[in-house]
Design a protein around this ligand. Structure first.
Ligand code: BGC
Length: 401
């Protein structure tokens, strides 16, 4: 299995199409952003125009001495209407692959990063029994066209709706729901972040398996996996059974499925504490970030150790990052997080890469542009790129190998 993974450790950074490209007008998310009243604090608009500036942006990745770049190939651009495939969009992503390869950067391509074509949403999204078939067709199409991709992530954070959709749904007002459903022409559950967990465990896992098989048929040399949202799970005294139950429910079924994959993408930002009173959240008294998460760079190392205690699928940290405006803290976070990943590896965890989220400050979904994870800031109407000092922290860690 692991013969399909690059021999070198991957040091890199990540983005997702909708969050950086701009004008992803045929995506379900775009429709939701423009509903009134919207679930989104602001629309994505031009984002940071990565669609046109990808070459210079990939040049920044290379300039930092990194050897991997994760981005997503947007289904809503490639198949904007059911059965209509845009060769121009495919050619665009082909050029992105070439921009990576010409700089000795391994391209890591995600097929589904929360957004999908509006026609998929109208069909019900993950809730539709047809979803696995359409998704597998898209996977085959992309794998065929994007020869040279080192790895493909099928679905980003497939387990996330099981954890977060109840929380997101509880915050939707009746007026927002009505506007969203009118914009989508379907129930809000057709948008990935709001979908029911039954759809994830059923059609979602099936879509992943079918896409993996389709990719292997087209391009047997490409490593395939899904990515998972995984917190470090911890417990106050007495709440250990609740912590263990969360692990079994939200992570174990996906990690079991990933046994047939080449890798599993670990996406860890923080720690979730199961509390004695039955609630979950940051540890009491912890320093929190602008997202309200505990500032905890150690979390990613703890997750790698926990996974390797039960599963042997190789791991790639496909996302880990610090959100906030304090770039000095971001640099320190990166250093500590990577140190913790190294410690986990020294203890036997099979980790093959570390990709920081994110290359660029970008559109943080419902929360808009205020939340900043980037190594690179974009300024003014010209969207000029400014490399932050935290980018150098990642470059230094990568240079140390
Ligand atoms: C997602 C990203 C998101 C990040 C920070 C992950 O859930 O894959 O799209 O921006 O976390 O919230």
């Amino acid at each position: 299995m692991s013969g399909r993974l690059p021999a070198r450790f991957l040091w890199g950074t990540a983005t997702a199409a909708h969050q950086v490209e701009g004008n992803n007008v045929n995506a379900d998310c775009w429709a939701l952003e423009h509903a009134s009243p919207s679930l989104f604090v602001e629309p994505s608009g031009d984002a940071v125009d990565h669609y046109h500036r990808f070459d210079a942006d990939i040049g920044i990745v290379a300039g930092l001495g990194l050897n991997a770049y994760r981005f997503s190939a947007e289904w809503a651009r490639i198949e904007p209407e059911r059965g209509h495939v845009s060769q121009a969009a495919i050619d665009h992503y082909r050029r992105m692959i070439d921009a990576c390869l010409s700089r000795a950067i391994s391209p890591v391509v995600t097929l589904h990063h929360f957004t999908q074509p509006r026609w998929v949403a109208r069909m019900g999204g993950f809730e539709s029994p047809d979803f696995p078939k359409y998704f597998a067709d898209q996977a085959a199409r992309v794998a065929r066209a994007l020869d040279g991709a080192a790895l493909i992530c099928t679905i980003n954070e497939l387990n996330l709706p099981a954890i977060a959709a109840p929380y997101f749904n509880a915050r939707v007002t009746p007026a927002q729901r009505a506007a969203a459903e009118q914009a989508l022409g379907a129930p809000l559950s057709s948008f990935f972040l709001y979908c029911r967990e039954e759809a994830i465990f059923g059609n979602g896992l099936e879509a992943h398996r079918r896409a993996r098989d389709a990719i292997r048929t087209e391009r047997p040399q490409i490593g395939v996996g899904m990515t998972l949202a995984i917190s470090e799970e911890d417990a106050e005294p007495g709440a250990e059974p609740a912590r263990d139950a969360r692990r079994e429910r939200y992570y174990a079924p996906f990690l079991d499925t990933a046994k047939g994959d080449d890798f599993v993408g670990v996406q860890t930002y923080s720690r979730t504490m199961s509390r004695a009173d039955g609630s979950v959240g940051p540890a009491r008294g912890a320093v929190t970030t602008t997202m309200g998460w505990e500032d905890r760079p150690e979390a990613v190392g703890a997750v790698c150790r926990w996974i390797s205690s039960r599963w042997s699928t190789p791991m790639i940290v496909t996302e880990n990052g610090y959100v906030g405006d304090d770039d000095t803290r971001r640099a320190a976070f990166i250093k500590t997080a990577i140190g913790c990943v190294r410690d986990a590896m020294a203890g036997g965890a099979d980790v093959r890469g570390y990709l920081y989220w994110s290359l660029l400050d970008n559109f943080e979904w419902m929360l808009g542009y205020r939340q900043r994870f980037g190594l690179v800031e974009t300024r003014g109407e010209k969207l000029t790129r400014h490399i932050k000092s935290s980018a150098k922290a990642l470059a230094q860690a990568a240079a140390r190998k």
